[in-house]
Design a protein around this ligand. Structure first.
Ligand code: DC
Length: 230
């Protein structure tokens, strides 16, 4: 069983700053950063490579028995985690806008969610973690003591995504990214299983007007205050 003090959950829609903030918070606390979105991306890559159509849930479920998915810690605070699928490093391939949409599409499948939720809970049993995703506070670690839900308006989130892609040397069109952001919000929040939503006991932070440092500080101060009062 995971100790509720050992788990911090940070959920929210895409482009809200979850990854950067979760990495910073994890580094400050000395916790391991668990990027659950990277796992959905890894599964989408795996199924695509096998040529499996996502709608064929029976084949998806069967193929998950042979899934070998590993997450390796990021090289530094500013890097993404490394994702290894069937022994191959796919960290770069899974970060394209197309793979974001593919990950969102596979994430609505029950077989995928139950497989990844169990893997995430298993990881949570063995250490102190900052888990980031869509359902980490509602479904994966409902007993966590420190839960956050980040929000920001879609235009600001799309602007941040464009900047992020540009920083990686990739070009991106704002209107196209905004369209994909809205589509992904809709997929992720309207699906039947573990939809994106704030856990009742999660603290909501609107990051639209805040810097990464402001949000990280707010999260860390809340954790500190709560752990003293617990
Ligand atoms: O956080 P991300 O952009 O890397 O996530 C990619 C997709 O994975 C996201 O659109 C929905 C899905 N996902 C999910 O359903 N549950 C999670 N806990 C994390 C991600």
């Amino acid at each position: 069983m995971s100790d509720k003090h050992n788990i911090v959950t940070i959920d929210g829609p895409s482009g809200v700053g979850k990854s950067t903030i979760s990495r910073k918070v994890a580094a400050a606390l000395g916790f391991t950063y668990l990027d659950t979105g990277a796992m959905y991306r890894g599964v989408a890559y795996y199924l695509q490579e096998l040529g499996i159509i996502f709608d064929d849930e029976a084949r998806v479920a069967q193929s998950l028995d042979s899934l070998v998915l590993k997450l390796l810690p990021a090289r530094d605070e500013n890097s993404d985690v490394e994702v290894i699928v069937s022994g191959k490093d796919v960290s770069r391939q899974i970060r394209t806008p197309e793979m974001s949409m593919a990950a969102s599409a596979v994430s609505k499948l029950g077989a995928v969610r139950s497989k990844l939720t169990s893997m995430q809970q298993e990881i949570g049993k063995h250490g102190k973690i900052v888990a980031e995703g869509r359902d980490t506070g509602t479904v994966v670690f409902p007993m966590a003591m420190y839960k956050f839900f980040l929000e920001a308006n879609p235009e600001e989130r799309a602007r941040r995504r464009v900047l992020q892609l540009n920083e990686k040397g990739e070009s991106a069109d704002f209107d196209q990214i905004l369209k994909l952001t809205l589509e992904r919000d809709k997929n992720d929040s309207e699906r039947a299983l573990a939809p994106l939503k704030r856990a009742e006991d999660a603290i909501a932070i609107d990051t639209t007007e805040l810097s990464i440092e402001d949000v990280s500080r707010k999260v860390l101060e809340t954790i500190k205050a709560r752990s003293f009062s617990a």
